[in-house]
Design a binder for this molecule. Structure first.
Ligand SMILES: O=C1O[C@H]([C@@H](O)CO)C(O)=C1O
Length: 586
């Protein structure tokens, strides 16, 4: 049972309030309406392991109140979200990240174990409290070890306040949470990644749409071939999305995959892309939407097809050679002759060719700001950090590194260590700002695969403008480079440009889009390419920036930024209790 409530806050008592009330009746009413819309959305969550069958095969999953995915959090811009999390995992810690929520003024609520908090111990209750300051489509998920892959995830929808228009209209929205799913436990996956030789997690056993998919080897004809397989299990019945003929719908789509880049399609219905990571996009129409882990999009579709049959929603792997069947859900018209959950008469769409990188780059380039919602980027950065993404080795173990440093999480959260002046909690030497970009050959495997590890962090001047260029490269094997979706906590960044091959700091900044760049919190770095972003270091706190592929972050593909930590208010004691913070941080 979820206890969920949205209660209106009392109008805040401010110096201006009494004077505003004396204004004309019209003004007073308007002011009160605005003040009264800020509400508190409360939910009580209990996190526990449960047997679930998302792809028809029984597996233990980390659930919220028994469910995976967890409940969708729906709120209005300006609302305060209060989620009380009880860890009932018995033998496992937990931490929950509110992906895309900037946590302005509440950096301790970001939910990133090792960065912003100690993990929540079994039996403990931790209350996350933060404001959703921007409308849009977001998600939440575990941010502790590889726990996200175990099922702890869900969506956050932040609506615009009533009466405020968006640059498009629709009848209502549907939420679509895309995921990938493995049968091996996250512990087995993590142990494999850290082994010599490494055991790679491999392609997922299933793709999920709203937590439902189908393992290809679990079939009605041979149910006993796979242990725990039951094709009739209600957990794996495809999700059904109902539409009224002639109406336009907003599909809010989020990808919380551990690994897979996906190609999403609604059979027979063109999709107009209108939002990316909480920002309005200059609308463009696609048949197939590419979506990387950590990204969200909103698309509009109009229910203008034959209402007497159903249509597939389909999700397919791209960017890696697929080893997983298409995930499907069903679009059904109200009043049509087809039963809502009947399979459509066609075969499910298979998406774009997995290796059509050019098509995916085209979509990245098409994603620019809506003309009426441009937030202009600062003309120049104060600092530029160039990060070379390489696959490397440490003591024979395969790792990922940035400028030859593979990231490790400290045991003491940076936020507490920095705020409380704890020494020796992490490597005080800052990681390198750049690499030998004139000589490094991004098209060949690293000449010397060995790398080093560190938990050092970048300290940014508060209020400064920072550019980061993510340079992709060849992996350890010849002719291979993968897509990496990089996610920044605590900020949105402007996406200034993408390029193929070696980034040249003397040439490429002149090609940046400073006119109408989209702002995002997650962006793809395409194979053998580079991606340039800019952000303002104006959110006091400590923020992770990492590849959103669960295995890659585990293998060291991340960095951490600190800015204005001296401006952070008193830290809640509840985020402490581990590492050097065991005495309460003092
Ligand atoms: O980090 C990774 O390791 C494997 C492979 O490179 C080694 O097995 C893979 O595909 C990754 O993305």
């Amino acid at each position: 049972m979820i206890r969920s409530s949205r209660s209106l806050a009392a109008p805040p008592l401010g110096v201006g309030a009494p004077r505003r009330l004396l204004c004309s009746l019209f003004l007073a009413t308007t002011t009160l309406t605005i003040l009264a819309t800020a509400a508190t959305v409360r939910q009580d969550w209990e996190i526990s392991y449960q047997f679930t069958s998302p792809d028809c095969v029984r597996k233990l999953a980390v659930t919220i109140n028994g469910q995976t995915p967890g409940p969708t959090i729906r709120a209005t811009q300006g609302d305060t979200i209060v989620i009380s999390v009880k860890n009932s995992l018995l033998t496992e810690n937990v931490a929950i990240h509110w992906h895309g929520i900037r946590q302005i003024g509440t950096p301790w609520a970001d939910g990133t174990e090792g960065v912003t908090q100690c993990p929540i111990l079994p039996g403990d209750v931790f209350v996350y409290k933060f404001v959703v300051d921007r409308p849009g489509t977001y998600m939440y998920h575990a941010h502790y070890g590889m726990q996200r892959s175990a099922g702890l995830n869900g969506m956050i929808v932040v609506e615009v306040p009533r009466g405020q228009a968006e640059p498009f209209v629709y009848e209502r929205d549907h939420t679509v949470l895309l995921n990938d799913w493995w049968h091996r436990s996250t512990y087995e996956q993590a142990a494999g990644l850290a082994a010599v030789p490494m055991v790679w997690v491999g392609e997922p056993q299933a793709l999920l749409i709203n937590g439902r998919g189908r393992f290809v080897n679990c079939s009605a004809s041979a149910p006993t071939m796979v242990e725990g397989c039951n094709v009739a299990h209600p957990d794996c019945a495809p999700a059904v999305f109902a539409v009224v003929p002639g109406k336009t719908y907003r599909f809010r789509i989020a990808s919380v995959t551990s690994l897979s880049a996906l190609n999403f399609e609604i059979e027979g219905h063109a999709m107009t892309v209108v939002e990316a990571d909480g920002h309005y996009v200059k609308p463009f129409v696609v048949k197939n939407l590419n979506i990387y882990s950590g990204e969200t999009y909103s698309v509009l579709i109009t229910a203008n097809q034959d209402p007497n049959r159903n249509y597939w929603l389909a999700s397919n792997v791209v960017s890696r050679r697929p080893g997983t069947v298409t995930a499907t859900a069903i679009l059904s018209y109200y009043g049509g002759r087809s039963s809502p959950n009947a399979n459509p008469p066609t075969t499910p769409p298979v998406g774009l060719p997995w290796n059509d990188t050019a098509a995916r780059v085209r979509q990245s380039l098409a994603t620019v700001s809506h003309p009426a919602h441009i937030i202009p980027p600062p003309a120049k950065p104060d600092r530029a950090i160039l990060l070379l993404n390489t696959q490397n080795k440490i003591d024979g173990k395969i790792k990922w590194a940035l400028n030859n440093v593979s990231f490790t999480l400290p045991h003491t959260p940076y936020l507490v260590a920095l705020k409380s002046g704890l020494l020796g909690a992490f490597d005080e030497r800052p990681p390198p700002e750049t690499y030998d970009h004139q000589r490094y050959d991004v098209f060949s495997p690293p000449a010397n695969p060995n790398t080093t590890s560190s938990d050092g962090l970048y300290r940014l001047r508060f209020g400064s403008v920072v550019d980061v260029v993510l340079q992709n490269a060849n992996m350890l094997g010849a002719n291979s480079s993968e897509t990496h979706p990089w996610h920044l906590h605590g900020h949105d960044f402007w996406v200034l440009g993408y390029g193929y091959g070696r980034f040249d700091p003397a040439v490429h900044p002149a090609t940046y889009n400073l006119k109408d760049p989209i702002m995002k919190n997650t962006v793809a770095v395409h194979p053998f390419g580079w991606t340039a972003l800019r952000f303002k270091a104006d959110n006091p706190g400590v923020w992770a920036f990492h590849c959103h592929i669960e295995a890659h972050f585990f293998m060291g593909m991340g960095v951490v930024f600190e800015e204005g930590v001296e401006r952070v208010g008193e830290l809640p004691k509840e985020i402490m209790g581990c590492g050097k913070t065991r005495g309460g941080g003092h």
